[in-house]
Design a binder for this molecule. Structure first.
Ligand code: ZN
Ligand code: ZN
Length: 244
């Protein structure tokens, strides 16, 4: 019986705004709830922009430059990626809780900011579907949810663009990626993803993830989707590396 009740309550709970500040975890005042951040963190948290790399979305100090150092060297498979926060300070802890501590409610706040800063960009690019970067199934079962899928679902709720989370599958459990350098990361990701359909009907897809580091993961998912016929790939992440 208790089990049943939990099943009914859980989906509803994920629709609520967090009661605590997403960044510092302090209880929010009523007027702060909609922002998802307390007054102090609202000032403290580092957003991306106003100057960022036109390709990957990493904030850049020199706004005369169009691309970051990385994108000057690499040709990404995705066209453009955008991110909301710089992955630093309390946002690092926030991402940890979003991933490991069942803070699915953060998804709503992140999607609200994604829509505020990049809603126009999403509309202008005429995105047909949102694909969250998949998690290895066993891992997802163990952890209970895929945070990228949670973020995708909330963006979908705000934009009306459907989530297509069954198209790409993660076939291997990649080792904790942050410990690997770029080359190893790439090798590790080779054939990590596969297409679950012969043909994908969508022309333009937004790939969604929690953290953007080198863009390798996004490129690999983009590659798989391209092989299924998707023409243009875009990306959206909650956090991205600090200013270059
Ligand atoms: Zn706070
Ligand atoms: Zn870049």
């Amino acid at each position: 019986m208790i089990h049943n009740i939990r099943n009914i309550i859980n989906p509803v709970l994920t629709l609520l705004y967090p009661k605590r500040c997403v960044a510092c975890d302090k209880v929010l005042l009523k007027i702060e709830k909609e922002a998802g951040l307390c007054r102090e963190c609202l000032k403290k948290v580092k957003l991306v922009g106003p100057s960022y790399c036109m390709t990957c979305g990493t904030p850049i100090a020199n706004d005369a430059k169009e691309l970051c150092g990385n994108c000057e060297k690499i040709n990404h498979i995705f066209i453009q990626n955008r991110a909301i926060f710089q992955y630093t300070g309390d946002m690092k802890k926030a991402m940890y809780r979003f991933k490991y501590s069942n803070k699915r409610c953060y998804g709503k706040v992140f999607a609200m900011y994604a829509n505020r800063y990049y809603g126009r960009w999403i509309r202008e690019n005429k995105i047909d579907a949102i694909v969250p970067v998949p998690m290895y199934k066993k891992k997802e079962k163990c952890r209970g949810y895929n945070q990228a899928a949670v973020f995708a679902k909330e963006i979908s709720a705000l934009t009306g663009i459907p989530v297509a989370d069954e198209i790409v599958r993660r076939d291997s459990d990649t080792v904790a990626m942050k410990r690997l350098n770029s080359l190893k990361r790439k090798k590790n990701l080779l054939k990590a993803f596969s297409l679950q359909k012969n043909v994908v009907q969508f022309r333009k897809v937004l790939i969604v993830d929690d953290i953007y580091t080198t863009g390798t993961t996004m490129d690999e998912v983009a590659k798989v989707l391209k092989s299924g016929g998707v023409k243009e790939l875009f990306g959206m992440c909650v956090c991205i590396g600090e200013m270059q």
